[in-house]
Write a protein that binds this ligand. Structure first.
Ligand code: NAD
Length: 250
């Protein structure tokens, strides 16, 4: 799937699913801008791509902050050019029993996981509209599809991502810009590893309960993103492409 001549912004691209997606889009020919709050890891990831001949940059961007997003986009325009592919992947998890969820905790999850969709997409879509071609791919979660105990804030934010995707897809359908979402099942990333605590989840538990008897790999999600970003996916919009090894079958 050739993405030669395209530029992609991957939020949360310094780790896990975002890192694998940056590497996959780069392998398919795209220039890649990694936006992440973890500047050191983002720089390392971009530098590794550059050594392979990829046009890649890293920007310290908190996806819940419009000013930082605008600054990040200015750098992308200056160093790579206009953006045709946006992977809205940055996210944080939260395992809190419902009666202990605080307003601050709720707002933080909503800001990073859901408000970021508004801010990053509003910033980048004008490039796509100008080109008459674009791909917005939002990472949601099987937790929103199936429900997840002790994850009300997280699951609600990701349910919002799915509703946001469908609505924006309809609004942009005639413009050449598609908007889709990928809800991963449990994927072996630093996020999943950090969830290994009482009330959380862990890799062994996921492997035991998964229909495929293994957690997802970041590359599994990256492959779905690469497909949705490709020319071949041009007639797909508003879609939820579940990549979960059978954890949730709609
Ligand atoms: N791993 C899973 O099992 C799983 C399952 C379903 C959905 N997801 C979703 O996939 C996405 C990626 O998760 P992952 O498992 O790769 O996690 P991860 O923690 O390995 O990577 C997330 C990246 O996002 C960055 N980030 C966090 N907050 C940010 C912010 N405010 N601005 C910019 N960057 C920020 C982190 O620094 C990190 O590099 C998330 O949206 C997550 O909710 C993951």
């Amino acid at each position: 799937m050739s993405l030669v001549g395209k530029n992609a912004v991957v939020t949360g691209g310094a780790s896990g699913i975002g890192l694998a997606t940056s590497q996959r889009l780069a392998r398919d020919g795209a220039g890649v801008a990694i936006w992440d709050v973890n500047e050191a890891d983002a720089q390392r990831a971009a530098a590794e791509l550059v050594t392979k001949g990829v046009r890649a940059i890293a920007c310290r961007v908190d996806v819940s902050q419009r000013v930082q997003i605008n600054a990040g986009l200015e750098r992308v325009h200056a160093e790579l050019g206009p953006v045709q592919i946006l992977i809205n992947n940055a996210g944080i998890t939260d395992f809190t029993p419902f009666l202990e969820v605080t307003e601050e905790g709720w707002d933080r999850v909503m800001s990073v996981n859901l408000k970021s969709m508004l801010l990053c997409t509003q910033a980048v879509v004008p490039d796509m509209l100008a080109a008459g071609w674009g791909r917005v791919i939002n990472i949601s979660s099987s937790s929103a599809q199936a429900g997840s105990a002790r994850m009300t804030a997280y699951a609600a934010s990701k349910g919002g991502v799915i509703a946001f995707t469908k609505s924006l897809a309809l609004e942009l359908a005639a413009t050449g810009v598609t908007v889709n979402n990928v809800p991963p099942g449990f994927v072996d990333t630093p996020m999943l590893r950090s969830s290994d605590r009482p009330g959380g989840i862990n890799v062994a538990g996921v492997a035991a309960t998964s229909p495929m008897k293994r957690p997802g790999r970041p590359e599994d999600i990256a492959a779905a993103c690469a497909f949705l970003a490709s020319e071949d996916a041009g007639y797909i919009t508003g879609h939820t492409l579940s990549v979960n090894g059978g954890r949730y079958i709609a």
